[in-house]
Structure formats: structure tokens, C-alpha cells
Design a protein around this ligand. Sequence first.
Ligand code: FEO
Length: 387
Amino acid sequence: MKAIAIKDNIYWVGGIDWDLRNFHGYLTQRGSTYNAYLVIDKKITLIDTVKRYLCDEMIERIQSVADPSKIDYIISNHVEMDHSGSLPILAEIAPTATILTSPSGHKGLTAHYPSGLNLKAVGAGETLSTGAYTYHFVLTPMVHWPDNMVTYLPEERILFSNDAFGQHIASAERFDDEYLLDIIMQEARKYYANIVLPYGEQVKKALAAASSLNIETIAPSHGIIWRKNIGAIMSAYADWAGNKTSDKALVIYDTMWESTRKIARAIARAFENRGFRTLLMSLQTNHISDIMTELVDAKYICVGSPTLNNNMLPTVSAFLTYLKGLAPKNRIALSFGSFGWGGQSVGQVEEVLKSCGYAMLESIKIKYIPDADTLNRITEKLEKEIS
Ligand code: FEO
């Protein structure tokens, strides 16, 4: 396995996780990569590492262009173990290498690897000269851990952005002009929706800092490297961080005996009639991480559950827990469902949606099986309420 040049003397030396299908609960149908970059200058620098089980692959790629024991610096932009997991092995291979990380990264790496690493904290705005190159460190806390930073190399106009702008894609291609852009953007959206979404305000600050840099290449820590469509991904991040929505409605539900599905279809019909892009997403067939991807720019979030044992269905509860954690803002929500006698589910769903801070439409709660007239009334009433 070889290193792949992204510039003269700058190489991608990461690991490809072809079989990854779940990243802490996020469905990764296309696998992923952990991108590490080797920069050969007077001093040799490695930027980030890979999950521990792919360390051999990274070492083999490094060996194709340099002796790993000669690495002088390792820049650790982020403590999470998909990027730091190989640090202890590298520390044995290159014992004189200094590991540079943010002050919060210093604490995090010390806690993760208590046997000891040769760590040095770098503050905001600090630089490191390695000969021809000067690395600039930009702290980006909470995008998406407290320790996050990005590294900018002005001589080559490369931003090593770590998780930001990443996508979970395993591929033979490394650059955005070699792979289908629609897929890259969709996976970048999914990554944002499931990893970065709660930190919109911090993303805005990071984008403001990036806007002052002259960037020719964005080298993230997952997936494809951006060198052609930098404006497109920056603009998408600005929209997502701003919670910008479109005329789009998601009707998300589970059902027991089809009644809640019938209500869901009546609701979807109202949005369609009003010209909304409307998605009917059953929790029996859609993973919550795929629903979140669609939810990023949806103005309306409708959630339905029948009542089972005095509660909403567990699938709906799991989705709402996930939604509340990721916390998209500035939405309008609707709770709906059918019931037999207790009927608690609709109120429970409404409480969670309210706690997310959403404006609420009047909830829809139908006993047993809705007939055609009832469904028509639901559609007609909702059509009038949609703005
Ligand atoms: Fe790719 Fe936050 O780790």
C-alpha cells in the first residue's frame, strides 16, 4: 500500500475502513477512511493518525515515502480515537517525535493514553516551522469535541480540517474531482447532520476564521479531499450551521395496525398539496441517521406514534432521543398518532418536540381507525395551517 501525493512532498497516508457500517450509532453504508497526512520537509511531520486496527496500513503507506522512525512531529488535531488510536504505536516507532496538540487535546490525550506520550500543547495562533513550511494552529473547540483544532499550511494553501468537511466514504479515489460530487455532498451532509449539527455556533466561528485563509485544498480526516469544490462545501456548511430550511416536510412515524400510517399519509398529502418537498419516513424502514440527514433543511418535522402500553413506540422514542441530542433549531413540529384507550403517545411526542424549542401545530390524535372523512378533514385543516 502506497502513499498518495496530494502535493510535492505532501502525502495522504491514511487507512481505508471498507467494512465500517456503524460509527457510534450512525449508519455508514459506504464505509469510511481515517486520513493521515505526511509532510516531508527538513523535519518530517505526520498530521493525525488512524484507528488502531488500521495502523499497519498507515505505517506501510508512510514507509513507501519515508522512514517512520524519522518522524519529528505528529500534529494531533483531535483526541477521538479514530484519529489518535495509533499514537501509542507511533510513539514507539518514532520515540523522539513530539506530539503537538491543543491545550484541551493535551488533557484528553493524557487521559486516553496514561502510559505517557511526548506531548506539547500549542495555543491559538501558534506556529511551527519545519524548514520550508510553517504550520499555523487554529483552535476550533466543540467542532465537535473541546480539543478540536485545525492546521493550516500557508505555503501550500492546505487546510487540514480534521472532522470538519469530512464524509464517511471508503473509496479508491482521494479527490473530489475523481468521485461523484452528489455522493460526496450527500455524505458530507449526513456527516454534518449526525456529528456536527449541535455545534452550529462554533462552526460559524470556525468558518469566519477560515474565511481569512487562502485555501486551495481542504484535507479532512474522513473521506474525500476537497480541491475543486471548496466554495460548494463552505457554502453548504454556512447554510447548515445557520439552520437554513427550505419548503420541505418530514413525516416520521411508526405504526402498529396501520392507523398511524394512514394519518401520516393524510398529513403528507397536505404538505404535498401546498407544494412542499415531502418525505414520508417510516421508522421501520429508515435508520435514524438517514432521517437526520434529510432533516437538516426541513422546515416541518411531524412525528407520529400509536400508544403501546401507555407509551409511544420504542422506535419513536429512540428517534426523539437522537433528535433532541442533535438539536436542529428553528423548526415547526407536529405530533400525531392513533390510540385505543390510553392515548398517551401523542402528548409524550409533543412534550419532546416542545422541549426542542419548536413552534407546534395542533396535535392530531385519532381513536382506533381513521375513516376517509376523518383523513380528509386532517388534510384540509393542515393545508390551512401550513405557512
Ligand atoms: Fe473523526 Fe471526532 O472523530
